[in-house]
Design a protein around this ligand. Structure first.
Ligand SMILES: NC(=O)c1ccc[n+]([C@@H]2O[C@H](COP(=O)([O-])OP(=O)(O)OC[C@H]3O[C@@H](n4cnc5c(N)ncnc54)[C@H](O)[C@@H]3O)[C@@H](O)[C@H]2O)c1
Length: 245
């Protein structure tokens, strides 16, 4: 990564699911842009290592648990004095066709994607309101708009995140807070679980002809998180090589 055209000096950015994949690359990008970065993940040792690597603050927390969420937000404010940006990125998959899904498969996916996004938004709002400034970037998916076999739980959560993004964008606009989402397409551990033939078929359907490196998601998130993007709210930006056209 070369020089970064963003400057987040004096801003605190909290990224969930930051131990690896998109979350880690996003955290690294913000760190290079001089932000104080809080990396949250339920994978404790991994997130501490990731944080040490980039000079951020690692926190082991489960985004589906209210106490963990509140504790990590409190820690961000305690350590850096503020909270400006929340990136709701943590995610899991429990893929099965709908008739094979268990209650656990259903509840776990909804609790992390939809529940985590809700919990961090709720926890951040008092800080955002107090400073009359805030940025939330949620991570949704093509699956939430178009559906994908084996992902009814995930598509329910990701479509829900789009509605939640727009609703909270409306609720929070008067407090100087924007809420937006990206819809990514990047080669991560999550994509590694897709069978090779299906992956080749998916890549062939991308106008750019390839999946992105996870670091290619960061610039779009940083743009939406920038002070300068303050008149953009409630949108979903596809960062997908043209796949959703
Ligand atoms: N990779 C893609 O092409 C793609 C496409 C569409 C959407 N997404 C979304 O992007 C986001 C990041 O995905 P990724 O591909 O980097 O996946 P990944 O599996 O590489 O990383 C996800 C991270 O989230 C963490 N996590 C999971 N559950 C958690 C919880 N309850 N609390 C805290 N941390 C938790 C994991 O430990 C992991 O570090 C997800 O929301 C995913 O749904 C990814």
């Amino acid at each position: 990564m070369g020089n970064i055209a963003y400057d987040f000096t004096g801003r605190t950015v909290l990224v969930t699911g930051a131990a690896r994949g998109i979350g880690f690359e996003v955290a690294a990008f913000f760190r290079k842009a001089n932000a104080d970065v809080i990396l949250v993940d339920f994978d404790g040792p991994e997130v501490m290592e990731a944080a040490a690597k980039i000079g951020g603050i690692g926190v082991q927390a489960d985004v589906s648990k209210t106490d963990d969420v509140e504790r990590s937000v409190a820690l961000a404010v305690e350590k850096t004095g503020r909270l400006d940006v929340v990136v709701n990125n943590a995610g899991i998959l429990r893929d099965k066709v709908v008739w094979k899904l268990t209650d656990e498969d259903w509840d776990a996916v909804l609790a992390v994607h939809a529940g985590g996004t809700f919990r961090y938004t709720r926890a951040a709002v008092p800080h955002f309101r107090a400073q009359n400034y805030g940025r939330i970037i949620n991570v949704t998916s093509y699956t939430g708009l178009r559906g994908n076999t084996g992902q009814s739980n995930y598509s329910m959560a990701k479509a829900g995140i789009i509605g939640f993004t727009k609703t909270t964008a409306k609720e929070l606009a008067r407090f100087g807070v924007t809420v937006n989402a990206i819809s990514p397409n990047a080669e991560t551990r999550m994509v590694a679980s897709i069978p090779p033939e299906k992956l080749a078929e998916l890549a062939a359907g991308v106008p750019m002809g390839r999946f992105a490196h996870p670091s290619e998601m960061a610039a779009a998130i940083a743009f939406l998180a920038s002070e300068e993007a303050g008149y953009i709210t409630g949108v979903v930006v596809p960062v997908d090589g043209g796949m959703s056209m």
